[in-house]
Design a protein around this ligand. Structure first.
Ligand SMILES: Nc1ncnc2c1ncn2[C@@H]1O[C@H](COP(=O)(O)OP(=O)(O)OP(=O)(O)O)[C@@H](O)[C@H]1O
Ligand SMILES: [Mg+2]
Length: 141
C-alpha cells in the first residue's frame, strides 16, 4: 500500500494529531522514528492532551517510559528509548509488560532498539524535516 504523507507546522499541529488519532482507531502501538529534533516529543505531547491526559506531560528521556491514565481506566505508555542500552535492558526492566499490555495505547520514540519486539500490527510513523518551520509525517504500511 502507498505511504501516507502529511506536512504540518506548529500552528497546525492539530491536523497531525487528528491523523494519529485516526491511526489509533485501528492500531494500539505507534512506533515513531525521526532524527534528533524532528518533533517526536512535541507531537506526542499534543496527542496525549488530545487523548484526554490532564497531568503535566514530560519527556521520558531518562526514565524511558511515562504512564498516563485516561478515562475508563485506560492507560497510555509513552516511551523514549534514545538512551536505553539494548533490547536486553528493555526486557530485564520489565518494559515488555507495558508494550504488550492489551488495554494500553503505547507511543514509542526511538523504537529502533526494540524493532524485533514490536507487536504485530504496530503502526510505523516517520517524522522528518520539511523546511525550517515545517515537519512531514509519514505512515508506513
Ligand atoms: N511541526 C513543527 N514545525 C516546526 N517546528 C517544530 C515542529 N514540531 C516540533 N518542532 C520544534 O522542533 C524542536 C524539537 O522538537 P522535539 O523535541 O519534539 O523533537 P524530538 O524529535 O522529540 O527530538 P529528540 O529526538 O531530540 O528528543 C522543538 O523546538 C519544537 O518546537
Ligand atoms: Mg524527544
Amino acid at each position: 500500500m502507498k505511504d501516507k504523507l502529511l506536512v504540518y507546522s506548529l500552528s497546525d499541529i492539530d491536523k497531525a494529531v487528528s491523523f494519529l488519532k485516526q491511526v489509533l482507531i485501528s492500531k494500539r502501538v505507534l512506533a515513531i522514528t525521526g532524527s534528533l529534533g524532528a518533533g517526536k516529543t512535541t507531537l506526542v505531547s499534543h496527542l496525549l492532551k488530545a487523548l484526554g491526559v490532564q497531568d503535566p506531560i514530560t519527556s521520558p528521556t531518562f526514565s524511558y517510559v511515562n504512564t498516563y491514565n485516561i478515562i475508563d481506566g485506560k492507560k497510555i505508555h509513552h516511551f523514549d528509548l534514545y538512551r536505553i542500552g539494548s533490547v536486553e535492558e528493555f526486557m530485564s526492566s520489565g518494559f515488555d509488560e507495558y508494550l504488550y499490555d492489551p488495554e494500553a495505547i503505547v507511543l514509542i520514540e526511538w523504537p529502533e532498539v526494540i524493532t524485533d519486539k514490536l507487536p504485530k500490527g504496530t503502526a510505523r510513523i516517520e517524522l522528518d524535516y520539511d523546511s525550517i518551520d515545517r515537519r512531514k509525517i509519514n505512515l508506513r504500511d
